[in-house]
Design a protein around this ligand. Structure first.
Ligand SMILES: [Zn+2]
Length: 366
């Protein structure tokens, strides 16, 4: 797997250069056709935000959540339409239940969190091109319009006037640098470290900083606004799928069993009520291997969800065997067209890596 890219969004490293060469010489599609004779795996693309790349000097939120620009997103969707078979996750559920095979080169498009650029930018492009997609939303943020906690934390670290970042919860006490890029990378370290503590403790830590730094998250800044229920009802009526990404975007495996079950059930009840149709699809918040476990998968199934995706990088050769931990291919903002095409055509060779913290959980039967 690749870990680097150059300034033009090209994948680097030996395999990256091979992939770029395959793309530029037109060899990718023949290779993809050969691969699809013996490998019929479901690819699921994972996006967060789609928006013009902002100036990092003035954008006060997490750049890592920007998956791609509107122009690149359109090009990516045209590529998917031309060379792959877009599928709905609901059709994947039906195929699993009926024991039928998915079409060759099946690709599902998914979005996590529920930022309003999903509605303003991604949805019109998808609708125009006739490509289905699933939007996984954290229902509590849709209800309140409050920014997502991790994004708000990055925002606070970028803007606070406090001299030090003191986080006894995760054993950090460091001076806050003046340089914005250094603050961004410090915020990245905090996000990474805090995901090892309990979900409620994470929230309490963010709430404490809001209070100490007098930066309350109830100001609803336009640059990190969630979608509204009306927007999602419109998308749902147009045939797009809306799934659960929890209520408060909590790491489900980092909650007590009672709270975890409540979070899963409540997100479904809210979606069912607001959209007037049963929600059947789940994306575990954060989604890495610290964010879900066997208990979470059981609770998801028992609440009535029929499929769940995680944020571990990979494709799904036999989706029925991991229907509550379907792997995805994250799309990152530095991916150029060659890298994107190569990732889809030859995913095991060229894909964005995810960090593993522990062994894979046991699978849960349907
Ligand atoms: Zn998320």
């Amino acid at each position: 797997m690749l870990t680097q890219q150059d300034g033009h969004g090209r994948a680097s490293g030996i395999r990256g250069r091979v992939a770029e060469l395959c793309y530029s010489t037109g060899a990718l599609q023949p290779l993809q056709r050969v691969r699809s004779w013996w490998q019929r795996d479901l690819r699921i693309l994972a996006y967060h935000r789609v928006m013009p790349l902002p100036d990092p000097a003035t954008f006060d939120f997490d750049l890592e959540l920007i998956s791609t620009t509107p122009e690149r997103f359109r090009a990516q969707m045209l590529h998917v339409k031309r060379h792959f078979t877009p599928v709905r996750l609901g059709d994947v559920v039906a195929a699993m239940d009926q024991g039928t095979a998915l079409p060759a080169d099946a690709v599902a498009i998914t979005f996590d969190d529920g930022y309003d650029d999903n509605y303003r930018i991604a949805y019109p492009i998808l609708r125009e091109l006739g490509i289905p997609a699933t939007f996984f939303v954290s229902t509590g943020h849709i209800d309140t319009g409050k920014p997502y906690g991790y994004d708000w934390l990055v925002h606070m670290i970028l803007l606070t006037h406090a001299p030090r970042l003191v986080l006894p919860e995760i054993g950090m006490d460091v001076p806050l640098p003046h340089d914005r890029n250094l603050r961004r990378s410090l915020a990245g370290t905090v996000l990474k470290n805090m995901k090892s503590i309990g979900a409620i403790q994470q929230e309490a830590m963010i709430a404490r900083l809001e209070k100490e730094w007098q930066m309350p998250s109830n100001v609803r800044p336009e640059a990190c606004r969630p979608m509204t229920w009306d927007q999602m009802r419109e998308m749902h009526a147009a045939g797009f799928e809306i799934g659960s990404h929890g209520v408060h975007h909590r790491m489900l495996a980092k909650l007590s069993p009672e709270r975890m079950v409540e979070e899963v059930r409540q997100s479904k009840a809210t979606l069912d009520h607001e959209l007037g149709a049963p929600a059947t699809l789940m994306s575990y918040p954060v989604g890495g291997d610290r964010a879900f476990d066997e208990g979470v998968m059981h609770a998801t199934r028992d609440a009535g969800f029929e499929l769940a995706v995680c944020y571990i990088c990979g494709t799904n050769p036999h989706p029925a065997s991991n229907r509550y931990t379907l792997f995805r291919l994250p799309v990152e903002r530095m991916m150029g067209p060659g890298w994107f095409a190569a990732m889809l055509a030859l995913p095991s060779l060229v894909s964005y890596p995810t960090v593993h913290y522990g062994p894979a959980p046991e699978q849960v039967p349907a």
